[in-house]
Design a protein around this ligand. Structure first.
Ligand SMILES: NC(=O)c1ccc[n+]([C@@H]2O[C@H](COP(=O)([O-])OP(=O)(O)OC[C@H]3O[C@@H](n4cnc5c(N)ncnc54)[C@H](OP(=O)(O)O)[C@@H]3O)[C@@H](O)[C@H]2O)c1
Length: 337
């Protein structure tokens, strides 16, 4: 079996460290592994398969001989380094928003549009974490009954804003009980015992950039340019796992039972829908897992053909690292590296 040279840019970050774990768990066939980050992390050691690897500062030479480069170091680093990595012969799978809406770049969720990998020109984009779990849950229903409209409110974990935001929730919670003051470094407001209806920057239309990612990326991934999406993205004091309250309007009627039957068979989904026995998805249970969990499926009786559901997934895994590694697996399966 062929083995591949893999680089991870952003290896020291929340997503990067999860990528190392996911590559190890899924036994991705790796020949050489290069862990890259900023010069601040040079020399730091990270473990893969029980072996310690030294983190290297990113440089053009670091991409020499690399087959697949997994990027998770933010948009500006992706803009700067992805063309260099591609020029050196690597296929880049990028976790930032830098390339997602570029018409020359496929935006891929393997359960939804795996074939889009085939037209890549060097860069493949991994969607936003909130979008990934939503399209995994909605695409099977869309294929059966055509979704016209989606209204979604998210409850997003602090890990979605990176390693510093995880520390913010820890430090602010400790400070609260010690009667001390702490102001978050990576989040725009207090996060301990609070919820923040503000993720990424506000745009002229009064939605945030995070919310508009859910609108535009959903259309591109599902090949559904007319689907209407109305999102409200909210940060909550949870460490790992994003939750979403989703209401859809379908073209043809769909009963909750029909939706359950469809979702039970759908790839990447675990149905947890027995509310009378207190069974419904929760982030504390989804954390550390790769599937998208769906429950609380019920009729939305505020309009015709309405269906409500609750969708939860680990943002660092299915929302980022696992989805990226699945894309790398598709490249291998299709013989594209
Ligand atoms: N967190 C999520 O749930 C999630 C989900 C989907 C997508 N994403 C995207 O994934 C990316 C990484 O997110 P994260 O949550 O892992 O952030 P993070 O924890 O803050 O990690 C950022 C990583 O980028 C590296 N980096 C920063 N500046 C650099 C530079 N100048 N040169 C090279 N490397 C540099 C950091 O290295 P140092 O340690 O050396 O500073 C670190 O490894 C972002 O684009 C984010 O939008 C995140």
């Amino acid at each position: 079996m062929k083995h591949y040279n893999i680089a991870i840019l952003g290896a020291t970050g929340a997503v990067g460290q999860t990528m190392i774990k996911v590559l190890e768990e899924r036994e991705f066939p790796i020949d050489e592994l290069r862990l890259l980050a900023s010069p601040r992390s040079a020399g730091k050691e990270l473990e893969y398969m029980g072996v310690k690897y030294k983190v290297e500062p990113v440089s053009p030479e670091a991409f020499e001989g690399i087959d697949i480069a997994l990027f998770s170091a933010g948009g500006s680093r992706s803009k700067e380094w992805a063309p260099i990595a591609v020029e050196k012969g690597a296929v880049v799978i990028d976790n930032s928003s830098a390339w997602r809406m570029d018409e020359n770049v496929p935006l891929v969720v393997p359960e939804v549009n795996p074939e889009d990998v085939k037209w890549h020109k060097g860069i493949i984009a991994n969607p936003n974490c909130s979008t990934i779990q939503m399209v995994v849950a909605l695409n099977p229903i869309h294929k059966a009954k055509k979704i016209k409209r989606v209204i979604v409110s998210t409850y997003q974990a602090v890990s979605g804003a990176g390693a510093k935001a995880i520390r913010d929730l820890e430090e602010e919670t400790k400070a609260y009980f010690e009667g001390k003051y702490y102001y978050p470094e990576a989040l725009p407001q207090h996060i301990a015992f609070n919820v923040i209806p503000h993720i990424d920057v506000f745009l002229d239309n009064n939605y945030t950039k995070e919310e508009m990612k859910m609108v535009n990326e959903t259309r591109k991934i599902m090949h559904a340019p007319d689907i209407k999406v109305s999102p409200t993205c909210v940060r909550v004091p949870v460490f790992y796992g994003h939750s979403e309250s989703i209401v859809i309007e379908t073209e043809e009627p769909i009963t909750p039972e029909e939706a359950r039957e469809i979702l039970k068979e759908a790839p990447g989904i675990i149905l947890e829908d027995d509310p009378h026995n207190n069974l419904y998805p929760m982030p504390i249970e989804a954390a550390g897992k790769d599937e998208v969990f769906v429950g609380r499926i019920r009729e939305d009786f505020s309009f015709d053909n309405g269906l409500a559901m609750w969708v939860v997934a680990d943002n660092l895994r299915k929302g980022a690292a696992t989805n990226a590694v699945q894309i790398a697996e598709l490249l291998v399966e299709y013989g594209l590296v």
